[in-house]
Design a binder for this molecule. Structure first.
Ligand SMILES: [Zn+2]
Length: 433
C-alpha cells in the first residue's frame, strides 16, 4: 500500500444534474492505493490517522482522474493537420490512403506505440479507439496497450463498401471480429467494440450482421459515427429513404443500445435524441474535429434537454489535438457559439467519469472512488508563464477553466496508471512521511 499526497479534484457525478455537491475537492488530500486500486481518497486531516505509516509520495499540482478519450482514430495520427477538405473528400484524399498502410503489421506496431505514448503524455489513460479494417491493426494496438497496462477499447473496422484496398466482406468482417474477441477477451484492461465505420461504408447485410455480433457478445461495445456532416447525412438519407433519420438506420439493424457510442451527433433531431436517451446510448462530442472539418456546432443544450449520456472525443486525425484538456476549451467555445455555457467542473466530469460511463467502464475508472483503478493525472497550472500568471491566487473554478483554455500536454506534469507513474519515464517523485 502507498499514499499520494496533494491537491485532489474529481467530479464523479454530472454537476448539471447533481449540482455543486458533484465536485469533490481537497486542498491537502491523500490518495491511498493498493494493488493498483484506490483504497481511500479524501482530506489528509481525516485519513492521516488511518494511514499514518504509509510510504507517501508528494505530488505538486492538481491531481485529477485520468482523462477518457471517447472517440479517436490511432491510424490517423500522422494525418493530423491535413488541409482543405470536408468529411467525405478528406476521407478519400487523406485518410483512406493512410489507413491502407496498416495492412503492414510492422507499420501498425510503430504507430500504435507512438499513439499510446502520446496519449499518456497528454494525460489520457482510457480511450475508445478506431483501428482500421485490418485485424492486425487491432492486434498491434492491443499488444501495445497491454504492455503499458492501459484501459483501451477498440475493434476492427467493418466497411464492406469501403474503397479498393480497405474493403472487407460480411463474412470476413464477422470472422475477424469473432477471432479478435476470442483472442483478447479478458486480457489486461482491454475491451472490444464492434466498429462499423459509418453507414456509407457498410452494406445492409453488414450492418445487420454487426447488430447480430453486438447481440451475441454482451461484453462488447458498438462504436461508430453519426450525423457529422451535411453531405454525409444527405448520402445516408438517399440510400435509406425508409428510415426516419440517420440514427434510425442504425436502429433498424439493432445497433442502438446502452453499449452504443456514436461520435459527433452534430445535426440531430429531437426524435433521434429522444430515442438515444431511451436506448441509453452515448455520444462522443468532438469539438476540434467538428471545427476543423467545418462539420457544424454540437448543440449541448439540445442534447441536455433529452438527457443523452455524453463523453468527450479528440477524434484525431480530424481533431487537432490529442489533449483532452485543450479539447474541453474548444468544447466551451463551441457552446458559446450555440448560446450555452459549459461549466469547467462539468467539462472535467465529461472528460473523466462521464466519458467512462459512456464507454461502460464507469465502475472501473474516472472518479478516484474506493475500489476504482488508480489512473490519475497531475496537472501543473503554472506550466507556462501565462498560465501561471492567470492561475496565481485564482479560485479553483478559474484555475480549472484556465487549464482548459490555456493548457495542453505542457500542463500534464505526470500520468499514473494503477498507481504507477507511466509518464514521464524515470524515477518517481519525492517521498515524505
Ligand atoms: Zn471519427
Amino acid at each position: 500500500m502507498k499514499a499520494f499526497r496533494g491537491e485532489i479534484l474529481s467530479v464523479p457525478e454530472d454537476p448539471a444534474g447533481a449540482g455543486a455537491e458533484a465536485v469533490r475537492h481537497v486542498a491537502d488530500g491523500l490518495l491511498v492505493v493498493e494493488d493498483g486500486l484506490v483504497v481511500a481518497c479524501g482530506a489528509r486531516a481525516e485519513l492521516a490517522g488511518r494511514f499514518a505509516d504509509l510510504p507517501t509520495e508528494r505530488l505538486d499540482g492538481l491531481i485529477v482522474p485520468g482523462f477518457v478519450d471517447a472517440h479517436v482514430h490511432y491510424p490517423q495520427i500522422e494525418c493530423i493537420a491535413s488541409h482543405g477538405e470536408q468529411l467525405m473528400q478528406w476521407l478519400e484524399r487523406h485518410i483512406f490512403p493512410a489507413e491502407k498502410a496498416f495492412a503492414d503489421r510492422g507499420h501498425a506496431d510503430l504507430v500504435a506505440a507512438f499513439f499510446l505514448d502520446e496519449l499518456l503524455r497528454h494525460g489520457t489513460t482510457s480511450a475508445l479507439v478506431f483501428a482500421t479494417v485490418h485485424a492486425g491493426s487491432v492486434d498491434a494496438l492491443f499488444e501495445a496497450a497491454l504492455a503499458r497496462d492501459m484501459r483501451i477499447v477498440s475493434g476492427k473496422v467493418l466497411m464492406d463498401l469501403g474503397p479498393e484496398g480497405l474493403r472487407d466482406t460480411v463474412a470476413s468482417g464477422r470472422a475477424d471480429t469473432e477471432a479478435l474477441i476470442a483472442r483478447w477477451r479478458g486480457r489486461g484492461r482491454l475491451g472490444y467494440a464492434v466498429t462499423p465505420r459509418f453507414v456509407p461504408t457498410s452494406s445492409r447485410e453488414q450492418l445487420a450482421d454487426a447488430g447480430r455480433l453486438v447481440a451475441e457478445h454482451p461484453d462488447v461495445l458498438m462504436h461508430t459515427h453519426l450525423s457529422e456532416n451535411p453531405g454525409e447525412i444527405a448520402f445516408v438519407a438517399e440510400r435509406f429513404p425508409e428510415a426516419a433519420d440517420y440514427l434510425d438506420v442504425y436502429d433498424r439493424f439493432g445497433l442502438v443500445g446502452p453499449r452504443s457510442v456514436f461520435a459527433h451527433c452534430v445535426h440531430m433531431s429531437g426524435r433521434a435524441l429522444s430515442r438515444m436517451a431511451e436506448a441509453e446510448a452515448g455520444i462522443a462530442f468532438c469539438p476540434t474535429s467538428n471545427m476543423f472539418l467545418g462539420s457544424g456546432l454540437f448543440d449541448l443544450a439540445l442534447v441536455d434537454r433529452h438527457r443523452v449520456r455524453l463523453g468527450i472525443g479528440t477524434d484525431i486525425g480530424a481533431g487537432t489535438t490529442l489533449s483532452v484538456l485543450h479539447t474541453l476549451g474548444e468544447a466551451y467555445r463551441t457552446c458559446q457559439l450555440r448560446g450555452a455555457s459549459l461549466d469547467p467542473f462539468r467539462a472535467l466530469h465529461l472528460a473523466t467519469a462521464g466519458g467512462a460511463r459512456v464507454l461502460g467502464i464507469g465502475d472501473r475508472v474516472g472518479a478516484l472512488l474506493p475500489g476504482q483503478e488508480a489512473d490519475f493525472v497531475v496537472l501543473d497550472d503554472s506550466a507556462t508563464p501565462l498560465l501561471a500568471r492567470r492561475s496565481a491566487g485564482a479560485s479553483l473554478h478559474d484555475r480549472l477553466f484556465a487549464l482548459q483554455v490555456l493548457g495542453d500536454d505542457r500542463a500534464v506534469a505526470a500520468t499514473y496508471l494503477r498507481g504507477r507513474r507511466a509518464h514521464p519515464p524515470g524515477p518517481s517523485g519525492r517521498m515524505s512521511a
